[in-house]
Design a protein around this ligand. Sequence first.
Ligand SMILES: Nc1ncnc2c1ncn2[C@@H]1O[C@H](COP(=O)(O)OP(=O)(O)OP(=O)(O)O)[C@@H](O)[C@H]1O
Ligand SMILES: [Mg+2]
Length: 257
Amino acid sequence: MTTNPETDRDRGRLRAVATGPVVRLRDVTKSYGSGAANTKVLRGVSIDVERGELVALVGQSGSGKSTLLNIIGGLDMPDSGEVEVLGIDTLKAGDKKRANLRNQSIGFVFQAFNLMDHLTCLGNVTIPSVFAHNTGAKEIQERGRESLRRVGLADFAHRYPTELSGGQKQRVAIARALFGQPSLLLCDEPTGNLDSETGKEVIDFFRELNAKDGVTLMIVTHERRVSSVAKRVIVMKDGLIAETSDEEIASKQVGPA
Ligand SMILES: Nc1ncnc2c1ncn2[C@@H]1O[C@H](COP(=O)(O)OP(=O)(O)OP(=O)(O)O)[C@@H](O)[C@H]1O
Ligand SMILES: [Mg+2]
């Protein structure tokens, strides 16, 4: 059998992308403001998150959790450092490639749900389809319904967000995040606006999504319950990170449940 060095090298590269970390940060820094008002939020953060991990990101208010998540998701840019997501160097990639990565491979879930009240649940869930250029209207509707079914809201397609409970709204927001079948889900305090029972359901859903579908999750949270289901906890402090898989230490960092 003959070998083709070019192809083998390409295959090697593709394999590396397919098996490498989902998120790779090196010495990432970020400041806001200038002069006396300058705040150094990230002071050189390096993290690897592997495929299939469920990571909790904890730390005091203002410690830079949302900033870090936004940089990983390409919603914000660092001042310096390296950011690689799913094998793509997001700082070197052009706007189009970065947008494609964000729209096709990453799902976002926010504390405030961010649903559009004038659209039905199905309308909200299918918003990302504006980026699915080669997908027909029928398939978009089917995929939207499938996403709603996955979060247990199959019968809510034609209801409006204003008619839903907080937990139901967050499930619609999760269905929207799942519409593009992302391999990385970034969640910023997803249970922050939910009562404890509803929050638990959302966390259980994330855990199942991680275990059954292999979706990699990074969840910013103040709640011990979330960090207790995570196999790994990243603690942010003074613009740097400390890691622990020890739930007891993590729970001390995030305060009482
Ligand atoms: N767009 C911005 N302009 C100026 N300062 C900002 C901006 N975004 C964040 N900051 C500052 O950066 C720091 C970190 O903010 P960030 O939102 O990342 O914290 P956080 O850990 O998510 O906090 P919380 O738990 O309250 O959500 C804070 O001091 C904040 O005031
Ligand atoms: Mg935040």
